[in-house]
Ligand binder design. Structure first.
Ligand SMILES: [Zn+2]
Length: 320
């Protein structure tokens, strides 16, 4: 198993970091610059600069999509709140029109923290019902205070039915709901004419895969999401993750196989009677890190013993 798989395994077993990477200190907001990449005649991808966001060294924050034209602007995700002015300036270099809609691919702050900036400019915020519920709950203590502004909450929500469709600027935009994958409220955003799908964070080609079970994500859901992506995408469809480089559907296969290999490994280790501590130790983490992970898990999950963790792992189908 490679290093990425090892870290991934630990993140599954320990339900990952108590606060996601976006909440860590050390992001140098003042140094973030926004790069704009034109992927179709009226579709642009905005991403933050390298080396200034410890959680996302390849590009600060999550990627933003901008569909521009005479019908107004449609945005996908909103980046960090602290750089709202820079994101807005980048959008204004593309188009001066009204920002009408903003959809969130998932709840994490590197994709949603800037919501209020655009809501206050008149954008209608859209997301899965689960995403709104998660945001409306009391934010984690680590979340920055401005993240509590109610303007950040989605106004229009949808469930797991047919895609929500927008017809704007000569494009058909489909909001495709994805059941419990990276989080419990994931959406893929497909631009039909441009043949582009923004897939959020259930696929990652930079850093290690992260299934946020605290926010309703699941391993099975992540695998289903990858299958759905392969089914939805054509051979030439550009799949654009929330972080890292663009891919196409053939790139999904080795990623899915890696997740399946990790799943098998978890199953084997638990079947051997290994505790979470044993598993982490086997994955070459320091003892202190292991005990920190275990303690965090027990506290966060209101569990007391390794047996509780084992039944949690089984219940969440990490073994099947
Ligand atoms: Zn992200």
């Amino acid at each position: 198993m490679n290093r990425a798989s090892q870290l991934f395994l630990v993140s599954i077993v320990a339900t990952a970091m108590p606060a996601s990477a976006w909440a860590q200190g050390g992001i140098q907001y003042d140094k973030i610059e926004i790069k704009t990449d034109k992927v179709a005649p009226n579709l642009y991808m905005l991403s933050g600069s390298e080396g200034v966001d410890p959680g996302h060294p390849d590009g600060a924050g999550g990627r933003i999509g901008v569909l521009a034209g005479p019908d107004g602007i449609f945005m996908v995700d909103s980046q960090y709140l602290q750089i709202g002015d820079k994101v807005l300036a980048a959008i204004r270099r593309i188009d001066a029109g009204p920002i009408r809609f903003l959809v969130n691919t998932h709840i994490h702050g590197d994709h949603t923290a800037g919501n209020e900036t655009f809501a206050k400019l008149g954008a209608v915020l859209l997301a899965r019902e689960e995403l709104r519920e998660g945001m409306a709950r009391q934010p984690a203590p680590a979340a920055p205070a401005p993240a509590r502004d109610p303007a950040r909450l989605p106004v229009v929500t949808y469930g797991m039915g047919d895609p929500v469709r927008f017809r704007m600027n000569g494009e058909t935009v489909e909001l495709i709901p994805v059941r419990a994958a990276h989080t419990g409220g994931d959406t893929m955003v497909r631009f039909v004419n441009a043949d582009v799908i923004m897939i959020g964070d259930f696929y990652r080609n930079f850093g290690y895969p992260f299934i946020d079970t605290n926010n309703g994500g699941s391993l099975k859901g992540a695998l289903d999401a990858l299958e759905l992506t392969m089914k939805t995408a054509g051979p030439n469809t550009r799949l654009i993750p929330g972080h890292g480089t663009y891919i196409n559907r053939t790139d999904i296969i080795p990623y899915r196989d890696m997740i399946l290999a990790v799943q098998t490994r978890v199953q084997q280790l638990i079947a051997q009677g290994k505790t979470v501590g044993d598993i982490a130790r086997e994955l070459l983490l320091r003892n202190k890190t292991v005990s920190t992970y275990r303690t965090r898990l027990l506290v966060k999950m209101d569990m007391k013993t390794n047996a509780d963790i084992t039944s949690y792992v089984m219940q969440h189908r990490l073994m099947h």
